[in-house]
Design a protein around this ligand. Structure first.
Ligand code: NCD
Length: 326
């Protein structure tokens, strides 16, 4: 790859991060600020290549096992697209009920099986800590694509890349997270990752029963990041640079009556957004249900569809890194 690119991140070609070769990606805690800049540099390069040539042969001959024990549209298909755009191929396992999992096979055994056939494993699983268990069982790299209410590190990496692309900075930001902060794994990873930057302020807006877990707040607090909790958006919307909206995670509620109480708690629409800055970004990991009105989709601040596209480049970068090609 050229070293004379117009990449605004880091000069590409320096191989100091070959350190990622063979590594698992389990948590955002593994990424320093320096690592992040490197990922973004590679992702930027991937974007250029996709725009210029579409598909190329960086990972030709490599195979990804895409193992999803929970529903997914974006994460699963973007990993597939990433591997195929890099010239590799994919073993898709979306319906675990048709695999030996339904016969009672343990996660470590399933992982040991797949690594006989694949070079890298992407795993989504309903239990927190499952990605770490899989990584322990595997010799090949395991990438966490969501472990229950735990973490979703590749989403947080693409979220921070989106903020860079949309606002041009990751320092000096007020980020407001809205919705289901208890069960939403994306915000657990994003809050942790943002705490590595300077002059970040985090606002958490949620119903009382869906507050950000204490464990995450303690970790972020240790980094000296100011955090404040609210039940309504009004007070913090005018100062917000990034409004990160989440879906209430219906499938994680023990009592369906609790879900009914909070499901429509917040709706972002053009009227609500009149109080926000002109230059800011509204993000959402998607899928959305009712929390962002479709009337808002054409607003230039609505970044959630662009966010999905950035995810492709970030996941291409991560696959190339763990397979030693970046
Ligand atoms: C999120 C997830 O699975 O945690 N989706 C995604 O990966 N883009 C968010 C959600 O399901 O609400």
């Amino acid at each position: 790859m050229p070293t004379t690119s117009t990449n605004p991140y880091l000069p590409f070609g320096e191989n100091k991060h070959a350190a990622w070769y063979g590594k698992d990606i389990i948590s955002v805690k593994q990424f320093s600020r320096d690592d992040l800049e490197y990922v973004f540099g590679v992702a930027h390069e991937m974007r250029g290549m996709v725009e210029r040539v579409g598909t190329f042969d960086l990972l030709k001959g490599k195979i990804l096992a895409n193992l999803f024990y929970e529903p997914s549209t974006r994460t699963s298909s973007s990993f597939t697209a990433s591997m195929e755009r890099l010239g590799g191929s994919v073993i898709p396992i979306n319906e675990v009920k048709y695999s030996s999992v339904s016969k009672g096979e343990s996660l470590p055994d399933t992982i040991r099986t797949l690594e006989c056939y694949a070079d890298v494993i992407v795993l989504r699983h309903p239990e927190t800590g499952s990605a770490a268990i899989a990584a322990k069982a595997a010799k090949k790299p395991v990438i966490n694509a969501g472990d229950g209410v735990g973490e979703h590190p590749t989403q947080a990496l693409l979220d921070t890349f989106t903020i860079m692309e949309e606002l041009g900075r990751l320092d000096n930001l007020t980020v407001t997270m809205l919705g289901d902060l208890k069960y939403g794994r994306t915000v657990h990873s994003l809050a942790r990752l943002l705490s590595k930057f300077n002059n970040i302020k985090l606002n958490y807006v949620s119903p009382d029963i869906l507050k950000m877990p204490k464990e995450v707040m303690d970790e972020v607090g240790e980094k000296g990041v100011p955090q404040a909790e609210f039940s309504t958006l009004e007070k913090v919307l005018p100062e917000t640079d990034v409004l990160y909206v989440t879906r209430v995670q219906k499938e994680r509620f023990e009592d369906p009556a609790d879900y009914e109480k909070v499901k429509g708690a917040y709706v972002i629409d053009p009227d609500v957004m009149k109080a926000a800055k002109k230059e800011m970004a509204v993000m959402h990991p998607l899928p959305r249900v009712t929390e962002i009105s479709t009337d808002f989709d054409d607003d230039p601040r609505a970044a959630y569809f662009r966010q999905m596209e950035y995810g492709l480049y970030v996941r291409m970068a991560l696959l190339a890194m763990v397979l030693g090609k970046a």
